[in-house]
Ligand binder design. Structure first.
Ligand code: AP5
Ligand code: MG
Length: 210
């Protein structure tokens, strides 16, 4: 079993690149952001608890997140590998993950400057039915505000307002950079300058995976 960890600030392209990896290699992609948004959409007990955190750009509790990840893995016992998009984000989550054994693990950090992150997120469009991601400036849907994949109407994420984006970036620097440092020390770690086109960045990721 192979595990690929995609790290990066909000808007660095974890979801976009994770989806390309999923399509190409048939790995399971686990996006903790998508999982928690699905709970909010369903208005489940977890969703109701987590909604304010998401809207304010704060992290959801480690307990809830770790449980969701474990459930997702338990539901998919026969996969060749999995990609983590947005997990682990705290040292405590990293500790929990290290207890789930795999044959190989690779950590990839998508590095993007703050100005670009804000530009990308304030122009992002999102499908709340299938989770597809677009961008008004760089990756628009074929038909305005309509999802290419499922035909649903596209929306903006509630946490993509400029002030919330800034808060999310601050939390990334505070909580997640130490996790990235932990994986850097551990080895099998690659930092990728992730400001080129989506295809260029995917090629770089494939380069480190081969
Ligand atoms: P989550 O959904 O994971 O948000 P995030 O980490 O803030 O990251 P984003 O999804 O905003 O960005 P991304 O890196 O996926 O970029 P994308 O590919 O979309 O988490 C949301 C919330 O859930 C958290 O704030 C927290 O509350 C909670 N949560 C989730 N995980 C948690 C955890 N582990 N612990 C606790 N709480 C957790 O790309 C961005 C935009 O740029 C798109 O429009 C895209 O089209 C465009 N784009 C992508 N690549 C390029 C490129 N190369 N050039 C130009 N445009 C590009
Ligand atoms: Mg994402």
């Amino acid at each position: 079993m192979k595990r690929i960890l995609l790290f990066g600030a909000p808007g660095s392209g974890k979801g976009t690149q994770g989806e390309l990896l999923r399509e190409k290699y048939g790995y399971l992609k686990i996006s903790t952001g998508d999982l928690i948004r699905e709970e909010v959409r369903k208005k489940s007990e977890i969703g109701i608890k987590a909604e304010n955190c998401i809207n304010e750009g704060k992290l959801v509790s480690d307990e809830i997140i770790v449980k969701m990840v474990k459930n997702r893995l338990d539901e998919n016992p026969r996969i060749p590998g999995y990609i983590m998009d947005g997990f682990p984000r705290t040292l405590s989550q990293a500790e929990s993950l290290s207890r789930i054994k795999v044959d190989s693990e690779i950590a990839i950090f998508l590095k993007v400057n703050e100005e670009k992150l804000i530009e990308r997120l304030t122009s992002r469009l999102y499908c709340d039915k299938c989770g597809a991601v677009y961008n008004l400036l760089t990756n628009p849907p074929k038909v305005q505000w309509v999802c290419d994949k499922c035909g649903n109407n596209l929306t903006k994420r509630s946490d993509d307002k400029r002030e919330v984006v800034k808060k999310r970036i601050d939390i990334f620097l505070e909580e997640t950079l130490p996790v990235i440092e932990f994986y850097k020390q551990k080895g099998s770690f690659f930092e990728i300058e992730a400001t080129g086109t989506i295809d260029t960045i995917f090629n770089k990721i494939e380069g480190v995976l081969s």
